[in-house]
Design a protein around this ligand. Structure first.
Ligand code: G4P
Length: 524
């Protein structure tokens, strides 16, 4: 197959949702269709749940939370589908943000009873920022929920994206009959059996056959709904979807495997193949012959005794090959990899080649940082995602003076891996760790001890936000830094960060220093 064909058939995406909306269940059903797992019917037992998610990390097993982000690839029709799994727990939101830098599109899962929830809203902000094409799956139609029209309004309003239903539910809960697939013009009938595959009958919405299947009352209601939809919502337009301006919406029940195949069929057809990626130097087209890629995730603790990691590379252009020299741009050094891995569902296997859109796992002993670029030779630096101001801050202190070096190295490597953010206070040189949630502190403490033999201690610090500052007026910037020296820190790239203790003090600072811009993310 030609390079172009190989790349065109790739669909690399992530499923995002608020916890419990059904992301794992949907992922499993997609894997079933792809033949990547072979358990027919609903996947309920924990055993299978585990097989669809990665549980490499000990801490993850202990807590039963999917800390790590894994990759699941499978073949479906003529497509190569790569699903990037994201941790459901909100304390690991930054992992999810980073994963979103490596996908070409996203499927958002929403629970019909709960509608749009906070985590979904936050993740959508990142999708909007990056103009990522988004498809929405409204899940759990086998249960009672909100009125579907209301859910559409809520999606538009809260996710700030135009929506267009491509399927429409016929009743819900115990009375759920199925969906009318607007995209394919067919009636998909629901049978409440976890083993069954949807019975799908092609028919126009005006066909009298509809009455035979769902009865007069529901048929009339369905036609009214479809008419209303066509009046209120513009026709579906793939270009708007690809531009990230319009999200097609599907309804179904992941648990009962209903509406999932329809979602997948439409997805592979319209979702984008690998898109061009912006490097600092230029935009890189996926179909270029030369290989390029960047590290978006480092997955540690594969074997705690050897502190081995897997660095996940998103191939941005061309073809990656085993045992071929590539340039590690930050080190300005050639490297080749004898055992790169591909991820086919839960199995890892050595791969010989991978194409733009694919994710390759590289065994690593600390050579990589998040954002590192590898290329066939050209000096490229792919733009990552900015750091956002953390929500929680703590001083990290050494609790075992004999292990100072280990602690230093551990902190440095964990920060490079993107486990949390590090700020060094310029006044007292103390190190401050910033996180999204409490669990991240626990992960750091655990990993420092188990992988580096170092012991840390946390001390409280009351901070509201970390703000990256800039100004066109260097004198004023210097004056600000002098005046606020106790609250000035450097991030890991050496950029100036103002640590605001409260919203009030931040507002005061903004008032006093009008020429200084305060940013809540590192790339403004
Ligand atoms: P998440 O990854 O987004 O956190 O959600 P997950 O798939 O784990 O689903 C959360 C719960 O919702 C699970 O129930 C799952 O079975 C259920 N669920 C998912 N899709 C549907 C659906 O379409 N209909 C219904 N009725 N339930 C659904 P649980 O009781 O928490 O776990 P389990 O005991 O079923 O594994």
């Amino acid at each position: 197959m030609s390079l172009r064909k190989e790349i065109e058939r790739r669909r690399t995406f992530a499923i995002i949702s608020h916890p419990d909306a059904g992301k794992t269940t949907l992922t499993e059903k997609l894997l079933l269709f792809g033949g990547a797992i072979h358990v027919a019917g609903a996947v309920k037992s924990n055993k299978i749940k585990k097989s669809a998610t990665s549980d490499w990390m000990d801490i993850e097993r202990q807590r039963g939370i999917s800390v790590a982000t894994s990759v699941m690839g499978f073949e479906y029709d003529d497509y190569k589908v790569n699903i990037l799994d994201t941790p459901g727990h909100q304390d690991f939101m930054e992992d999810t943000y980073r994963t979103l830098t490596a996908v070409d599109s996203v499927i958002v899962v929403v629970d019909i009873a709960k509608g749009v929830e906070p985590q979904t809203r936050k993740l959508m902000e990142v999708c909007r920022m990056r103009k990522t094409p988004v498809m929405i799956f409204v899940n759990k139609l086998d249960r009672e929920g909100k009125d579907p029209m209301e859910v559409l309004d809520e999606l538009e309003d809260q996710l700030q994206i135009a929506v267009r239903p491509l399927s429409w539910p016929i009743d819900m809960g115990e009375r759920f009959k199925g969906v009318y697939n607007i995209y394919e013009n067919c009636l998909d009938l629901y049978k409440p059996s976890k083993q069954s595959v949807t019975e799908s009958v092609h028919m126009d919405i005006d066909s009298p056959e509809i009455e035979k299947h769902i009865g007069d009352k529901l048929a009339t209601q369905l036609r009214d709904d479809i008419e209303l939809i066509s009046e209120v919502y513009p026709d579906f337009n793939t270009e708007d979807y690809l531009a990230g301006d319009l999200a097609p919406v599907f309804f179904g029940s992941a648990l009962y495997n209903f509406g999932v195949k329809e979602l997948l069929d439409c997805f592979v057809e319209i979702a984008p193949s690998p898109r061009s990626v912006q490097a600092e130097e230029r935009r890189v087209d996926p179909y270029e012959e030369d290989f390029s890629g960047f590290i978006f995730k480092i997955h540690a603790n594969m074997d705690p005794n050897h502190r081995s990691c897997i660095a996940f590379v998103k191939v941005c252009s061309g073809k990656f090959e085993r045992n071929v020299n590539y340039k590690h741009i930050r080190f300005n050094r050639q490297m080749k990899f004898s055992s790169p891995t591909a991820f086919m569902a839960q199995k890892k296997e050595i791969l010989d080649e991978a194409f733009a859109g694919d994710i390759v796992g590289l065994p690593d002993n600390g050579n990589f940082k998040i954002g590192d670029t590898l290329t066939s030779g050209e000096n490229l630096h792919f733009k990552g995602l900015p750091s956002f101001s953390p929500e929680m801050f703590k001083y990290i202190e050494n609790a075992d003076p004999m292990k100072t070096k280990q602690l230093q190295k551990g902190i440095e490597q964990l920060i490079d891996e993107g486990v949390a953010q590090l700020f060094t206070n310029q006044f007292n040189n103390r190190k401050i760790i910033g996180t999204v949630g409490q669990l991240q502190f626990e992960v750091i403490e655990y990993r420092l001890l188990h992988e580096y033999g170092a012991k840390c201690r946390w001390e409280p610090i009351s901070l509201y936000k970390a703000c990256w500052i800039e100004s066109d007026n260097p004198a004023e910037l210097e004056e600000f830094k002098k005046r606020k020296y106790q609250y000035m820190a450097k991030d890991k790239e050496g950029r100036d960060v103002f640590l605001a203790e409260s919203n009030y003090l931040l507002m005061m600072a903004q008032q006093d220093f009008k020429n200084i811009k305060f940013h809540f993310n590192s790339e403004f």
